[in-house]
Design a protein around this ligand. Sequence first.
Ligand SMILES: *[C@@H]1O[C@H](CO)[C@@H](O)[C@H](O)[C@H]1NC(C)=O
Ligand SMILES: *[C@@H]1O[C@H](CO)[C@@H](O)[C@H](O)[C@H]1NC(C)=O
Ligand SMILES: *[C@@H]1O[C@H](CO)[C@@H](O)[C@H](O)[C@H]1NC(C)=O
Ligand SMILES: *[C@@H]1O[C@H](CO)[C@@H](O)[C@H](O)[C@H]1NC(C)=O
Ligand SMILES: *[C@@H]1O[C@H](CO)[C@@H](O)[C@H](O)[C@H]1NC(C)=O
Length: 508
Amino acid sequence: MAMAEHVKRFHGVWPHGLKGLVSGTATLLFFFFLVVIAALLNWMNIPIIRMTSFGQPILTSPTARIHHDRIQYPLNCSTSNTTETCPDNYPSVFELEESTSTETCPDYFRWIHQDLKPWKSSGITQDMIERGIPSADFRLLVVNGNAYVEKYRPGFQTRGAFTIWGILQLLRLYPGRIPDLDLLFFTGDKPQIMKRDYKGRNATSPPPVFHYCGEKAALDIVFPDWTFWGWAEVNITPWEQMLRAIKKGRERIKWEEREPYAYWKGNPRVAANRIDLLKCNLSDKIDWNVRLYKQDWRKEMGQGFRHSNLEDQCTHRYKIYVEGATWSVSEKYILACDSMTLMVKPRYYDFFSRSMVPMRHFWPIRRNNKCRDLKFAVEWGNNHTREAQTIGKAGSRYIDEMLRMRNVYDYMFHLLNEYSKLLKFKPTIPLEAQRVCAETAACSEKGLWKEFMMQSMVKSPSDKLPCTLPAPYEPRAIQASLDAKEKITKQVETWEAEYWEKRNDKKQ
Ligand SMILES: *[C@@H]1O[C@H](CO)[C@@H](O)[C@H](O)[C@H]1NC(C)=O
Ligand SMILES: *[C@@H]1O[C@H](CO)[C@@H](O)[C@H](O)[C@H]1NC(C)=O
Ligand SMILES: *[C@@H]1O[C@H](CO)[C@@H](O)[C@H](O)[C@H]1NC(C)=O
Ligand SMILES: *[C@@H]1O[C@H](CO)[C@@H](O)[C@H](O)[C@H]1NC(C)=O
Ligand SMILES: *[C@@H]1O[C@H](CO)[C@@H](O)[C@H](O)[C@H]1NC(C)=O
């Protein structure tokens, strides 16, 4: 097929997506308008007509609304001298604001059902958990709304500490709503529970182990990683603050004015896949439209992280995502830039990425054909700037909306609730486990560690319920969506093959 023709065909894919975007923006504007009007009416103390969750309008005056300022509960270190104690005055239940209707959670929450499926019919026994201990860094229990931790291994850097911190914040957000549970957590990179070890006639049932990522061959239960509460070692602030900074950073250079190349900055030594990517960097022999930079964390630590600010990295029209040892926490920061993300086919997944779609949220790049794929993608984007911007924007919007901190907590909420339903025993606190709360975790910390904990602390219980968990995917629907993604990816590969063929023809 001629290039012109397939580009045209590509355009054929677009009007629909663009229309969606335009009408999406219009809807947003409309809602914004409504909100402004409502705020004005509220301010002028004019009664507002509100809809109940059943759609009947009700008339309320703003003063009748329960809109008290919520009581905040700062970290209470006053009771401490050597060992921290947990204060007993944090609310153990939460009050709902009147007539709050709940929304349905984002689509990616459906994977919760999928991740727990191996235990759906058997349930989870104490024995299964005990068998998982060798794979775990810590065990976390919730009993009567309080959390307890038993540490098995130190774990890597501050991952464990910030993951536990995150769970403690969930308990503060939804007090009284997290049921009793007993879970194992692994904080390393590689998935631990491999399907192949639990096959065959004599196979035992797999132990449930929580972890930050999964892969096709594994049964790890995916859970948000520690960076949502901060990554102290490398000065990456909690996600809420970081996303705010990136949003500001991405306004600084308009897409059109960004460098028309594919950018990546990271630590290449952690994976062969990344070393391989370095071959595509600009050299005096060839330009694959790729600009790569090494992140030297040790040097950065010595220099106060002046050259590693993620919010200063929205400088190129295209940004490359490539996995590290396994999944990489960089994914959300890269996608948030409004640049088109060129995604080197990942092998691992985290909790939010399985609902992203190639050519809608990112451009797919093959692992074994990186340089040629990257060159084609960049050239295509520079020829079709509107479409490339649309993909870049859609990727960022996915991150802005789907990964709001509220959604992260709601994902944890539902995952833990569904997990707890599978337990066939009543969790009891092991002798070696310690009670943990925000105070035991943060009071004795200092520096960046403490700062990030204070920034990401939940200060008062929620006044509304979590979003509603959508039903599981039908197995057929999962296959259909995988097939659809595969088909789009194959289509891109076909266009690319044609492009390179034509170039070779020209040269001869
Ligand atoms: C804390 O201080 C109080 C009074 O100063 C003392 O009675 C108590 O033993 C101390 N607790 C610990 C764990 O040191
Ligand atoms: C701190 O905790 C103690 C012990 O639970 C409690 O009596 C006190 O009121 C708390 N202080 C604040 C400011 O919440
Ligand atoms: C399963 O266990 C039986 C009895 O212990 C043993 O004879 C058999 O070889 C085992 N099969 C496999 C596949 O391990
Ligand atoms: C890639 O090429 C650019 C431009 O020549 C250079 O500045 C950069 O250091 C190179 N990156 C790596 C990782 O070698
Ligand atoms: C980009 O446009 C140039 C000039 O029209 C054309 O030669 C090239 O094949 C196009 N490349 C892609 C990938 O669309």
